[in-house]
Write a protein that binds this ligand. Structure first.
Ligand code: GDP
Ligand code: MG
Length: 440
């Protein structure tokens, strides 16, 4: 990870008593790349680097640490600090019910998170929440919340889609008082983009029910956009906290850091899946590690760049993009990869590598590469270019020609398919990084 790389950078100055400016500068170059790659806002990165540099330079190196470890410690501490410590507390109104408004763009995960939050309030705090269906625009939005309510055996307040959201919210609170609910969770409507109508409606609801919390639900996968969304909602509505959803995906997590730094509002919870129990308190140290862990991607890319013949790499990239990777390319790729070191190690560096389906089957024994080569060389040109035509009788012929078995041929074809899929994922990831100017 980045931490290892920083260690290495610092190894040559092991034994020095102080961390010098030049040392820190070299390390900060890596930190900067990792943060940008993790999709952290550029200004946030600049401020961060400045702060860490100031703190790190001239520091006495603790006896138990190397200078490298010392700087990493500072980086981690500052990242954690920037994300605001753990903030999973939820307001409790002295005059129940406590009212929570859920806001955010369409598809961010408001309705799902409303259910999850109610579940968490009941399970962890023994509360009795009322869910309120105030999204009257999205078709089936009310239904969606009612389904979640049934699933959780929790009541859902709805007045259909002909009553205004403001009135629904106000009536819901009356209902909650009468039924002794101590929390009211209002699921509001979203739009694809921020617009005035949406904001006006939310402001009216806010005015009518005076919520104790306004949680902005943001999709972590939207990266830098999440920061803009958070800024608008905070400026126009005034939010009290952020819930970051879809962190179970391959997101790089930089949004978490930027949102907190730019709005000053804490991230309270993170969504880790679609199920009703997939809501967790936000752990800044964990997020710091996730962001720093992105250094792996950089080292993977650098490693690849150092070892792969440039022109070939470009050609390969083009092919991957058009998804026309052939078995000949695969063979080529195998020998290139062999030059980079053990394949298993390379694969481990991919973010979310554990989530890529079939990756376990991709483990290629170095000794078997020769067999793989033999198999591919026994194929016709047409077969190499269109492996889908390789039927049972062709498999038999290829096995015979290469002195291998049919199951080995099958396995190779499967591996090739998986490799193609993985390349596609890597390719998407790389494209995204380039577009954002995250690394070069
Ligand atoms: P809304 O339009 O803001 O109300 O969004 P929804 O609650 O309808 O969610 C949109 C989609 O995102 C649904 O398919 C949810 O299941 C999914 N979703 C919400 N939160 C998460 C999460 O934390 N992880 C994953 N993987 N999916 C989520
Ligand atoms: Mg919804």
């Amino acid at each position: 990870g980045l931490a290892d790389r920083l260690q290495k950078t610092m190894q040559k100055i092991r034994g020095k008593g102080k961390v010098t400016e030049a040392d820190v500068k070299e390390m900060m170059r890596e930190v900067r790349l990792a943060l940008l790659y993790a999709d952290v806002n550029l200004k946030v990165v600049k401020d961060f680097i400045k702060k860490v540099s100031e703190r790190a330079v001239g520091q006495e190196v603790m006896k138990s640490l190397t200078p490298g470890q010392q700087v990493i410690k500072v980086v981690k501490e500052e990242l954690t600090e920037l994300m605001g410590g753990e903030q999973s507390k939820i307001a409790v109104s002295p005059k129940p019910p406590t009212v929570i408004m859920m806001v955010g763009l369409q598809g961010a995960g408001k309705t799902t998170t409303t259910g999850k939050l109610a579940n968490l309030l009941r399970k962890n705090y023994n509360r009795k929440p009322l869910l309120v269906a105030a999204d009257i625009y999205r078709p089936a939005a009310i239904n969606q919340l009612q389904t979640l309510g049934k699933q959780l055996t929790m009541p859902v307040f709805s007045l259909g889609d002909q009553v205004s959201p403001v009135e629904i919210a106000a009536k819901a609170i009356e209902h909650a008082k009468a039924e002794h609910h101590d929390y009211v969770l209002i699921d509001t409507a979203g739009r694809l983009h921020i617009d005035e109508n949406l904001m006006d409606e939310l402001k009216n609801i806010k005015e009518a029910v005076k919520p104790d919390e306004i949680f902005l639900v943001v999709d972590a996968m939207t990266g830098q956009d999440a920061v803009n969304v958070a800024t608008s909602f905070n400026d126009q509505l005034g939010i009290t906290g952020v819930i970051l959803t879809k962190l179970d995906g391959d997101t790089r997590g930089g949004a978490a850091l930027s949102i907190r730094a730019v709005t000053g509002k804490p991230i309270k919870f993170v969504g880790m899946g679609e199920k009703m129990d997939a809501l967790e308190p936000f752990h800044p140290e964990r997020m710091a590690s996730r962001i720093l862990g992105m250094g792996d991607v950089l080292s993977l890319i650098e490693k690849a760049q150092a070892n792969v013949d440039e022109e070939k790499a470009r050609e390969l990239e083009k092919k991957m993009r058009s998804a026309s990777l052939t078995l000949d390319d695969f063979l080529d790729q195998l020998s290139q990869v062999r030059n980079m070191g053990p394949l298993d190690d390379l694969i481990k560096m991919l973010p979310g590598a554990n989530k890529i389906k079939g990756l376990n089957n991709l483990k290629i024994d170095e000794k078997q590469i020769a067999h793989v080569e033999a198999i591919i060389r026994s194929m016709t040109k047409e077969e190499k270019e269109h492996p889908e035509i390789i039927n049972a009788s062709r498999r038999k012929r290829i096995a015979k020609g290469s002195g291998r078995t049919v199951p080995e041929v099958n396995r190779l074809l499967k591996q090739f398919e998986e490799m193609k899929k993985m390349m596609k994922q890597m390719n998407n990831m790389t494209k995204k990084g380039k577009k954002k100017g995250g690394f070069k």
